[in-house]
Design a protein around this ligand. Structure first.
Ligand code: NAD
Length: 373
């Protein structure tokens, strides 16, 4: 039993609707009539999407989404869809349908249409987003949990930066697992690893609390059970992964993430490694590192997952990375040994690193990077 929880708060205003085939009923679910749709290109081409959109009075689609959304792309969408000078826009709602890159873009667009200005001004903290258009987010990957968080991650000057805003809580997260069936093996792998990282990091974060521990434990179990069949294309397992990713998202929406995410930012920005994979690479080493600081808590996790010891948990994560077809060594992603110091330095700039149990210093991060080099 874990003893001695601190005081805590729980706040997540997002209405979550899990509905297989729900996209077709999205008009009734959202109550929107004239919508701005931000989606991935393969979504806008599908018959499923066209059937769903035919139920709206009007819709405008932007589908040229870049991964790790650059601030400039968000600004461009605003200039295409909205005339600031007249203050006019013709939408009563924004719908984001896609992976995390698309959902984060939809969050920023729905906010900037109303709050005005350039996204970088908000990302740099010069201004605060105050309002947004009604927003529904529909994930097509089972990873980021963006549909239930108040986080958006954007690229500015070549580096990914997370920001939080009260306007980034969506009104509705519509989780329709049918949309995830088309995920290629690689996307299912990287995004599934992202969800696993969220669950594990939320569980051990110093900001943890009993509500989120329960969510994180449940999500981890579901991911360990369904990751492999989901990669093999089993639809029932994809359904479970869609639920697990959203649950993990709710968990880390309260606690935030920790060192694995902090270290992932330079790995993705400098070496183009997909977000979820970049997060998972340090996870086995971090599991061993954090064990020294939250042994009792991790022992409870090991027991819950019916594992023998902490080594088995670290191995299990490594095995999933390899099952998805990825190397667990940094050198295989084009990283040079002499670049590890810079990766460690940039990782330390992400404030979430302080939420890691034991609060790793620069030297600790460098050691972890060396272990997986
Ligand atoms: P992604 O959105 O970048 O998509 C990756 C690729 O998969 C794209 O080419 C996309 O078109 C394709 N794809 C997505 N769904 C598909 C489907 N069903 N079928 C076929 N192809 C599909 O990847 P992601 O991992 O979902 O999102 C990563 C982004 O989310 C990163 O920028 C990351 O930093 C961010 N993120 C945000 C949060 C948050 O809380 N806001 C949390 C974690 C990560």
């Amino acid at each position: 039993m874990i003893k001695g929880h601190e005081n805590f708060e729980l706040y997540n205003p997002v209405r979550v609707v899990y509905k297989k085939g729900g996209l077709e009923n999205s008009r009734e679910i959202s109550g929107f009539s004239n919508v701005l749709v931000i989606c991935d290109p393969y979504v806008s081409q599908s018959e499923y999407f066209k059937r769903a959109m035919s139920k709206y009075d009007s819709f405008f689609v932007f589908d040229k989404i870049l991964p790790n959304p650059p601030c400039e792309m968000v600004d461009d969408i605003i200039s295409i869809t909205c005339d600031y000078t007249s203050g006019k826009f013709n939408f009563d709602g924004v719908i984001g349908i896609g992976g995390g890159s698309t959902l984060d873009t939809a969050k920023a667009v729905s906010s900037l249409i109303v709050s005005r200005g350039k996204l970088s001004e908000y990302l740099e903290g010069k201004k605060k987003l105050e309002n947004r258009l009604p927003l529904m987010l529909v994930p097509t990957t089972s990873g980021t949990g963006s549909e239930v968080t108040n986080v958006g991650v954007y690229t500015v000057n070549g580096i990914k930066k997370p920001m939080t805003s009260k306007t980034f809580w969506a009104d509705i997260a519509l989780v329709d697992p049918v949309l995830t069936y088309s995920m290629p093996h690689r996307v299912a792998g990287t995004t599934g690893l992202d969800a696993l990282t969220h669950a594990i990091e939320s569980y051990w974060a110093t900001s943890t609390q009993p509500y989120t521990e329960g969510l994180a434990l449940r999500a981890m179990k579901m991911i360990f059970e369904n990751f492999k069949p989901s990669l093999n294309g089993e639809e029932w397992a994809r359904d479970e992964m869609a639920i697990a990713a959203t649950i993990a998202g709710i968990a880390f929406s309260q606690t935030r993430t920790t060192a694995a995410h902090a270290i992932s930012f330079p790995i993705t920005s400098f070496y183009n490694v997909e977000h979820g994979l970049a997060c998972a690479l340090t996870l086995p080493s971090l599991i061993m590192w954090t064990y020294k600081h939250v042994k009792e808590k991790m022992d409870e996790l090991i027991q819950y997952l019916s594992l023998k010891n902490i080594d088995e948990l670290a191995k299990k994560v490594e095995e999933l990375i390899e099952f998805a077809g990825f190397s667990t060594r940094l050198r295989d992603y084009g990283v040079k040994e002499e670049e590890l110091e810079n990766i460690a330095k940039v990782s330390m700039e992400a404030r979430i690193i302080d939420l890691t149990p034991g609060q790793p210093r620069y030297e600790d991060v460098l050691e972890i990077l060396n272990q997986i080099y």
